[in-house]
Ligand binder design. Structure first.
Ligand code: BGC
Length: 368
C-alpha cells in the first residue's frame, strides 16, 4: 500500500515538476529566444517497442508506466511505442527511434524473424538491443535479454492445474498454448508439459485437445475453445491456459454454455484473472513481478545509453546463434489462498479494484 502511494506521490511530483519546467521554458522562449535551454534534449535516448495492447493488458497498464518511470528516474529520455501486433509497424518504430537518436532499443518482439531484422539494423548503426521479456532467436545482434524464468512459469501452471483438478478420475484436460511465434510460449509449454504429460502418460488424465492460439489473440482463443467444447461434447474437466486472457476466453465459452466451473489456469496476475480466481472461475495465475523486470531492463538500458559499465549479474542463454547475457526474475503462483500476499506491489492489482462491484461478496467470503 505505502509503496503504491509512494509511486503515486512520485508521479504527482514529477507532473508538477514538469509543469513548472514547462512554464519556465515558455518564459525562456519568449524572453531570450531560448538561449537558456538547460539541455533536457541532451539526455541519452532509449526507445521501448511494445508488442500490442490486446494479447495481455500487462504491456500498456503495467510495463509502460513502470519502464517510463525507471528510465526517466535514471536520467535518460524514454520513448515508448506500441506496434499493436503489426510487424512492419514495429520495424518502422525501430527505424524512427534510431533516426531520432536512440542509443538503446528495448524490444518486445512480435516474432523472432522480425525481431532479428530490427536487431540487425540497430547493430549496424551502433544501437544496442535489449530483448525485453521475449528472447529473439537466431541472431547475434541482441546484446541482452531480461525476462522471467519462463519454463518455471509453465511448471507452476502445470502444478497448479494438478492441484486444482485433484483426484478426479479420468479428468478430461484441454490445453490452450500461447502464440507459436513467441519463444516464451514454447518455454511455458516445455514447463507445463513436463508436469501434465506425466498425468496423460499414466492414464490419470486424458488430453481432449492441445491448441496454439495465434498471436495470443483472445478472440481466436474463444472460438478455438468453443470448438474444443463442441468436439468434446462439453466434457472438459480442466484447462491449461497459458495466460489470463486465454483463460478468460475459456471461462467465457464455459459460461455461454452454462457449464459448471472447472479449474482453469492463467498468467500475468491481471485484474480480470484475479477476479476470476475470487469468483471461483479460475484456479490460479502466475504473478511475475514486472516492476523488477522493468527496473532490471531499465538499469541495463541506462548504463548502455550513457556508456557506463554494466554492473548486472547475468546468465548466458543460448538463442541458437550466441549466448545472450540475461537476467531472469522469479515467477510465483497465485491461488485464492495467497491473493492478498502481493497487495501494494505496483505491478499487482489493488484490493479496491479486485473487490469492486459484484466481486465484493466473493472477496468477503475469502476474507479479502
Ligand atoms: C508474456 C506474457 C504475456 C504474453 C501475451 C508473453 O511473451 O511473457 O506475460 O501474457 O506474452 O502478451
Amino acid at each position: 500500500m505505502s509503496r503504491r502511494r509512494t509511486i503515486w506521490a512520485l508521479a504527482a511530483a514529477a507532473v508538477l515538476a514538469m509543469s513548472v519546467l514547462a512554464a519556465c521554458g515558455d518564459d525562456d522562449d519568449s524572453g531570450d529566444g531560448g538561449s537558456g535551454d538547460s539541455g533536457g534534449g541532451d539526455k541519452p535516448k532509449v526507445a521501448v517497442l511494445l508488442p500490442d495492447s490486446k494479447s495481455s493488458v500487462r504491456w500498456e497498464t503495467v510495463d509502460r508506466p513502470l519502464l517510463q518511470k525507471a528510465l526517466e528516474d535514471g536520467g535518460v529520455e524514454a520513448t515508448i511505442t506500441n506496434a499493436e501486433g503489426d510487424k512492419s509497424t514495429q520495424q518502422q518504430q525501430a527505424e524512427q527511434a534510431i533516426t531520432n537518436g536512440a542509443k538503446v532499443i528495448l524490444l518486445v518482439n512480435l516474432d523472432s524473424g522480425s525481431g532479428a531484422a530490427i536487431a540487425a539494423n540497430a547493430k549496424s548503426q551502433g544501437v544496442k538491443v535489449i530483448d525485453y521479456d521475449r528472447l529473439t532467436l537466431d541472431t547475434d545482434a541482441n546484446d541482452y535479454y531480461v525476462s522471467f524464468d519462463n519454463t518455471e512459469v509453465g511448471r507452476l501452471q502445470g502444478e497448479g492445474l494438478v492441484k486444482c483438478v485433484g483426484d478426479k478420475p479420468d479428468a478430461q484436460i484441454a490445453v490452450l498454448n500461447g502464440s507459436p511465434t513467441d519463444n516464451n510460449a514454447t518455454l511455458f509449454k516445455n514447463g507445463y508439459d513436463s508436469v501434465i504429460n506425466k498425468k496423460f502418460d499414466s492414464g490419470d488424465w486424458t488430453e481432449v485437445d492441445d491448441q496454439s492460439v495465434p498471436d495470443w489473440d483472445n478472440q481466436k482463443a474463444l472460438t478455438i475453445f468453443e470448438q474444443i467444447l463442441q468436439k468434446a461434447d462439453n466434457k472438459v474437466d480442466g484447462v491449461l491456459a497459458a495466460n489470463d486472457g486465454l483463460g478468460n476466453a475459456a471461462i467465457s465459452a464455459l459460461k455461454q454454455r452454462k457449464l459448471p466451473q472447472i479449474p482453469v489456469t492463467g498468467q500475468d496476475a491481471t485484474l480480470e484473472g484475479i477476479q476470476n480466481i475470487v469468483n471461483g472461475d479460475q484456479c490460479m495465475t502466475v504473478y511475475k513481478a514486472i516492476e523488477k523486470e522493468a527496473q532490471a531492463a531499465a538499469d541495463l538500458a541506462i548504463a548502455l545509453a550513457k556508456g557506463d559499465a554494466v554492473e548486472a549479474d547475468t546468465v548466458p542463454i543460448d538463442n541458437g546463434t550466441h549466448k545472450v547475457p540475461s537476467i531472469l526474475e522469479k515467477p510465483v503462483p497465485v491461488t485464492k489462498d495467497n491473493i492478498a500476499e502481493y497487495f501494494g506491489n505496483p505491478d499487482y492489482p489493488t484490493k479496491e479494484d479486485i473487490c469492486a462491484g459484484k466481486v465484493a461478496a466473493n472477496c468477503d467470503k475469502l476474507g479479502l
